[in-house]
Design a protein around this ligand. Structure first.
Ligand code: GLY
Length: 293
C-alpha cells in the first residue's frame, strides 16, 4: 500500500483486555479524522495534528485530558509537531493544563521564533496565542487512581503508557509527525520525556520518514529513537523492517520498553512494539481505518 495515509498510536503499554476494544477504537476514530483532513486537501501536518487532537480529547489516553499526574498531583504536558517539508518543529514541555497541547505546539511552530517552550513560559505563550488554560476538570478519576497506586507501591513507575501520536503523508508526498503525552506517572515535576524532543520521540523529514515513538522516555531519549529509525529508512530499510529493528535496539541497548509508528514519503508504514499492547490504526482517505493492538 502507498500514497496518502495517517497512522496513529495510543501508547505502548499493557492495556487491560476490558478496556482494549475502546482503546483501539479511539485510535481508529483519530486516524479517520486525520485521513478526512487529507481527503479535503489538507497537509500532512494538519492531518497529524488533527489525529492527535482527537486522542487528546479522549480521557482513555495519557495526553490532554486524562494525562498522567506528577508526584505533586499536577498535570505537566509534553507535545511536539514536526513538518517534514522544511524540518520546522514546535513543541511544549512541562506545560500546565491546556486542553489541546498539540495546538499550542502547532502555534509554537507557526510562530517560528523558538522550537520548544517549557513550563510557565510555555503557558504564557499559550495564553498570548489565545488558548484558555485548563483546570481540575482535565484530571480524571483514573489518573488519580494511577497516581495513588504509584504512591502506594510505586506501581507503574516510569510508565508512560497511553502517550498518543500520529504520522501522516499527504498527496504531495510530504510527511509530518505529532506526539502528545502526560509523561510518566508520579514523575518529578519538571521532568521532560522524549515526546517533545525532535529526534527522540518525534521526527519528520521528507528526505527519510516520519515517526512518533511511545514508551519509557528516558530510554527513548538516550537512543534518539525517532531520528534513528527514519535515517534507517533513508538508508534503504523497509519501514516495517526499520521499525522492528529500532524497537529491538531500544530494548537491547538501554532496556527500554516502547513502540513506534513510522511512515515513509511513499506511504509505506511501519508499526512495532516490545510491550504487551500498543493500540494503533492506519487510515487512508476514503477508506475505513485498519486497527490493531
Ligand atoms: N514517552 C513518553 C514519556 O516518557 O514521557
Amino acid at each position: 500500500m502507498s500514497g496518502p495515509v495517517v497512522v496513529v498510536h495510543g501508547g505502548a503499554g499493557r492495556v487491560d483486555p476490558a478496556r482494549l476494544p475502546a482503546h483501539v477504537a479511539g485510535c481508529g476514530e483519530a486516524a479517520e479524522a486525520g485521513a478526512a483532513v487529507l481527503a479535503g486537501g489538507g497537509s500532512a501536518l494538519d492531518a497529524a495534528q488533527r489525529a492527535v487532537e482527537v486522542l487528546e480529547a479522549n480521557p482513555l489516553y495519557n495526553a490532554g485530558v486524562g494525562g498522567s499526574l506528577t508526584a505533586a498531583g499536577t498535570l505537566e504536558l509534553d507535545a511536539l509537531v514536526m513538518d517534514g517539508r522544511d524540518l520546522r518543529a514546535g513543541g511544549v514541555c512541562a506545560l500546565p493544563p491546556f486542553a489541546f497541547p498539540i495546538r499550542v505546539a502547532r502555534a509554537v511552530l507557526e510562530d517560528g521564533r523558538h522550537v520548544l517552550l517549557a513550563a510557565e513560559g510555555a503557558a504564557a505563550f499559550a495564553r498570548e496565542a489565545g488558548f484558555a488554560p485548563g483546570g481540575e476538570e482535565m484530571i480524571t478519576a483514573r489518573a488519580r487512581e494511577r497516581l495513588a497506586r504509584w504512591e502506594a507501591g510505586r506501581v507503574g513507575e516510569g510508565w508512560a503508557g497511553g502517550t498518543v501520536g500520529a504520522v501522516a503523508v499527504d498527496g504531495a508526498g510530504h510527511v509530518a509527525a505529532a506526539t502528545s503525552t502526560g509523561g510518566t506517572v508520579g514523575k518529578r515535576p519538571g521532568r521532560v520525556g522524549d515526546s517533545p524532543i525532535p529526534g527522540a520521540g518525534t521526527w519528520a523529514d521528507d528526505g527519510s520518514a516520519a515517526c512518533s515513538a511511545t514508551g519509557i522516555g528516558e530510554a527513548i531519549l538516550r537512543v534518539g529513537l525517532a531520528r534513528g529509525v527514519c535515517d534507517a529508512v533513508a538508508g534503504g530499510a523497509a519501514p516495517q523492517e526499520a521499525a522492528e529493528a529500532a524497537v529491538a535496539m531500544l530494548q537491547e541497548r538501554v532496556g527500554g520498553d516502547g513502540g513506534l509508528i513510522l511512515v515513509a514519503p511513499d506511504g509505506r508504514v511501519g508499526v512495532a512494539r516490545n510491550t504487551a499492547t500498543m493500540s494503533h490504526a492506519v487510515a487512508r482517505p476514503g477508506e475505513p481505518a485498519w486497527t490493531g493492538s
